[in-house]
Design a binder for this molecule. Structure first.
Ligand code: PMP
Length: 293
């Protein structure tokens, strides 16, 4: 990958970006023995760093990784990485994975590795997102805890996203096994009509840190937020639809193509939501915002 920052923190020390190499026999690559986070820094401060660090530990522990960093240690490392790379507005990627000591599915010699990378990023807010519906569903939550942010579950999202983009969409909606809307590939989804906001009930999808923050923000703004089951047959009652997540921040959906129907959203509230979100997280988004994320 092209060099996007000077240093990566890798198993205990900062090393130059180009020297951050691992072996092809890495267990995390073969058997998805890896968990990760995605975080954003705004003006040098990482948004919800504690929550992300806690989730990384939760994820590592729940796929059985021996990961013994404390929340404070992880936070210090993430802060060090943006500081040493002189980053103000950035995307941060902590990753924990099983090493390359054995090819067996499980072996007690497998080590746990930890790296934190960060790259400059401050995208412009989107209001023009076009969604289709992924043909693969979210996994049964009895098969894998959806609150674990593990590479093991991203195959569905990556494939559905690839297909959506190849068909001219920006992202896709993933349904759960009961035909309810769950989320988008790597972000949560909300619908609104007037002051009333609906978002799917957490069950089969990741309860995003941004989602939880936005629900509080919306309540403070005087919206009534309700978590409820939403199917594709329900979406024509809404005038707004938006996505939340570390990558998209808060993005307006202009259109959903369900396959049998095209639903457009005028999104009368999205400007206010993005303005408030930017203020709350400390995002300064003028000329330096790149569309490149
Ligand atoms: N759902 C999935 C599947 C995700 O990967 C993400 C990104 N972490 C989200 C939702 C949004 O979560 P967050 O707001 O914590 O970034």
């Amino acid at each position: 990958m092209q060099k996007l920052a000077d240093f990566i923190w890798f198993n205990g020390k900062l090393i130059p970006w180009d020297e951050s190499k691992i072996h092809v026999m890495t267990h995390g690559l073969h058997y998805s023995g890896a968990v990760y986070e995605g975080e954003r820094a705004y003006s040098g401060k990482i948004f919800k760093l504690r929550e992300h660090s806690e989730r990384l530990i939760y994820s590592a522990k729940n796929i059985g990784l021996d990961f013994d960093y404390s929340v404070q240690e992880i936070m210090d490392i993430c802060n060090l990485v943006i500081e040493k790379n002189n980053l103000q507005n950035a995307y941060i990627r902590p990753l924990v994975w099983r090493g390359s000591e054995a090819i067996k599915m499980y072996h007690d010699t497998l080590t746990t590795n930890f790296m934190v990378a960060a790259i400059p990023s401050n995208p412009e807010f989107r209001q023009d997102i076009r969604l289709n519906i992924g043909k693969w569903r979210k996994m049964d939550p009895r098969s894998f805890d959806p609150q674990i942010k593990s590479s093991a579950v991203y195959a569905t999202a990556v494939l559905m996203l690839k297909e959506a983009k190849q068909q001219g969409f920006d992202d896709c909606i993933l349904l759960d096994l009961d035909d309810n809307i769950a989320e988008c590939a790597v972000s949560n989804i909300f619908f609104a009509k007037g002051k009333s906001i609906h978002t799917p009930v957490v069950g089969s999808f990741l309860n995003g840190i941004t989602r939880q923050f936005v629900i509080k923000m919306l309540s403070e703004m005087g919206f009534a937020v309700e978590e409820k089951k939403i199917s594709l047959n329900d979406i024509d009652q809404y005038d707004s639809c938006f996505m939340t997540g570390t990558a998209v921040e808060i993005a307006g959906v202009a259109m959903i193509d369900t396959g049998s129907n095209v639903q457009n959203f005028s999104n009368p509230i999205i400007n206010d939501l993005q303005k408030k979100f930017a203020k709350e997280v400390g995002k300064i988004c003028e000329s330096e915002c790149a569309k490149s994320f």
